[in-house]
Write a protein that binds this ligand. Structure first.
Ligand SMILES: Cc1ncc(COP(=O)(O)O)c(C=O)c1O
Length: 324
């Protein structure tokens, strides 16, 4: 809903005329969360105009391709109005180079949106804030408080850079709700969101910040992102285990990879066995065409021992499976 709101806002704020809606296109990393594509489709943007930019070895957008891809789209008569950066991707937790995307967006006067649903919270961390370099140049960003900010779902912020350009979200008429159609009325959330009736979802976050200050978010991000690196180190040091890539967040993708085994199939079965066992919740993903186990470290009370036991469990499960 956050990504959809941002895209609708971009379209309205840029003053795109309805007669041109069928030509509209967006550019986004091939690794972006599916909600971006879904939002674009809801808006009536054609599949071929949801332009997926290839990613590099780290699963970050190849920003050096942006210009050529844009020029090709323009030559085909498409109107690219928005480019989206991932901070970070859901599958492997990769951050796009937001500075490079901002340069590109600025050059062509595109709306620059950042999907920071998961990884935007590193803004609170001195250690990891650099991953968001360039985010201050975005026109809009979303941040899920229910991911890295310790509150139950659902609670998402959409933040506009009002200093950048005039933001115009929806312009509905509802005389029974507001007197003045044109004024900002920040307190009138129905002017800014899809829903008319809406709970005050930011209340949990507000309460946490009033009680503990935002240092609690620094601690949470530092703890969980450090733990991701620690887990990666454990995987690297363990025989017959490999990482999909070096994690830069608390999302880590790894797998059992002994010589001579059918890795994808064995790891698929490991995931099933772990799920049946119930002591760990390990999901899976595909990285560069290969099947990987995937963990997202969300609980700050998870410790090193717990992760060591997970590695042992994966190994034991794998050995039992490959012996059969
Ligand atoms: C990068 C990103 N964007 C958007 C979403 C969708 O968020 P929600 O699950 O709060 O709808 C997710 C969820 O995993 C995500 O990781």
């Amino acid at each position: 809903m956050g990504n959809l709101t941002a895209l609708v806002t971009a379209r309205t704020s840029l003053g795109i005329e309805e007669k041109d809606y069928h030509k509209l296109a967006i550019m986004v990393s091939g690794e972006a969360h599916y909600s971006v594509e879904r939002a674009a489709k809801i808006m009536g943007i054609k599949s071929e105009n949801i332009i997926k930019v290839p990613v590099d070895d780290k699963c970050s957008i190849r920003s050096e391709f942006l210009e050529d891809i844009y020029q090709r789209a323009v030559s085909e008569g498409k109107i690219v109005f928005c480019v989206i950066g991932c901070a970070c991707t859901t599958s492997v937790g990769a951050y796009d180079d937001l500075e490079a995307i901002a340069d590109f967006a600025e050059k062509h006067q595109l709306w620059f949106h950042v999907d920071g649903a998961h990884g935007g919270a590193v803004i609170f961390s001195d250690k990891y804030r650099h991953l968001l370099q360039g985010i201050e140049r975005s026109d809009s960003l979303i941040l899920d408080f229910h991911k890295m900010m310790l509150v139950p779902p659902l609670s998402t912020a959409i933040i506009y850079n009002a200093g950048n350009r005039k933001v115009n979200e929806f312009s509905p008429k509802a005389a029974y709700l507001w007197q003045d159609q044109l004024s900002e009325e920040w307190y009138n959330s129905a002017k800014h969101t899809f829903e008319c009736t809406k709970p005050i979802t930011v209340l949990h976050t507000y309460a946490i910040m009033r009680l503990y200050g935002d240092d609690i978010y620094r601690q949470n991000v530092d703890t969980l992102y450090d733990l991701g690196k620690e887990f990666a180190e454990m995987v690297r040091r363990t025989k017959n285990m490999e990482l999909a890539l070096e994690p830069c967040s608390n999302i880590v993708c790894f797998r059992y990879a002994a010589a001579g085994i059918e890795c994808d199939e064995v790891n698929r079965r490991i995931a099933e066995e772990l799920l049946k066992d119930g002591s760990y919740y390990v999901v899976s993903t595909e990285v560069k065409g290969k099947y990987y186990l995937r963990i997202t470290l969300m609980n700050p009370l998870t410790d090193r021992k717990c992760l060591e036991r997970l590695i042992m469990k994966v190994q034991e499960t794998a050995e039992n499976l490959t012996l059969i």
